[in-house]
Design a protein. Sequence first.
Length: 330
Amino acid sequence: MPGNWETHMTFSLRSRTLFKTIAVVLALALPTALAISSADARVGGGMSSGSRGSRTFSAPPSTTTAPGSASQFNRTYTQPGAGMNSAAAAPARGGLFGRAGGFMGGLAAGFLGAGLLGMLFGGGLFGGLGGLSSILGLIIQIVLVVFVVRLAMSWWQRRHTPQAAYANANAGAGPGPQTNFRSGIGGFGFGGANNAPLEIKPEDYEAFERLLGDVQAAWSNEDVAKLHTLATPEMVSYFERDLGENRARNVVNKVTNVKLLQGDLAESWREGETDYATVALRFALTDKTVDRNTGAIVAGSEQPGEATEVWTFARRPGGAWELSAIQQTN
C-alpha cells in the first residue's frame, strides 16, 4: 500500500507539473499569437470599415470579380437609417475583437487569462482538483470560455449589427445592376455602367485604380497627411488607429508591388450632392509586417499574393474621388 501511495503521489506531482508548464506556455503564447495575427494586415486591417452613405447596411451586389458577398462593416460611423451626414458626427466603434481591443476582447482575454493563471497557482475555476482531474478541469474551463465568448458574440451582434437593416434592404432592392465589362483600362473593364443610376466614366476607373496603389503606398509609408488627401476623414481615423497600434508593437506593415488584376463596378449612385461608386477589386500585392528596428519579418512574407476586396469611393461637388469604405469578401 505505501508503494502504491508513493507511486500515485509521484504520478500526481508529475501531472501537476506538466499541467502547470502547459498553462505557462499558453499564457505566454496567447498574447504573442494575437499580436502577430493582428499585425499581419494590409491597409484596413483586414476588416470591413467605413461608410457607404445610406447604403452602408445594404450588401453591394456581387460581381464577376467578387461573386460572393461582401462582409458587413466591423467599423462604421454610420448609424442604421442614417446617411453620411449623420455618420460624420457619430463615434467610431471597434469590431467584436477590434484592433482597439474593446469589451469583448477584454472579456475573453480576462476570462482565459484568469483561468490559466489560476490554474498555474493551484486555483482557477476548479481549484483543488489534482492530477488527471486538473486536466479535466482545463478542458471544462476551455469549454466554458468558448460558451461565454459565443454567448457574448451573439449578444454583441444583436445589439450592434443591424441584421434587420441588411435583410430589409436586400429584400426590397431586388437584383443589383449586372455588369458585363469589357477589357478596359489597366485591370478594369468598363461598359456596363449604363445600368447604374450614376454614370461611371473611363477616367473614373482610372482614378479608382490609382487610388488603390496610392492608398497602399501612403499606408506603408505611414503618411497620414497623404492619406487625408486620398480617403474620407472616417477612413483616415481607422488608418491612424491601426498605425498607432503598429507603432505600439514596434512594427510597420509594408504593402508593395500592388497591381490591379481585375475590377468591376458593383453599383453607383448619387446621394444628395455626393457621388458613390462601389467597385470589386482583385489585386496582387506583397504584404509583410517587419520589426521597426531590425527589419525582420514578423508576419506576412516577401512572396507575392492576391486579395479581393470591395472598395467604395465617394466624390463631393468639385472634389476628387476618395476612399470611403473597404469591405472584405466572403
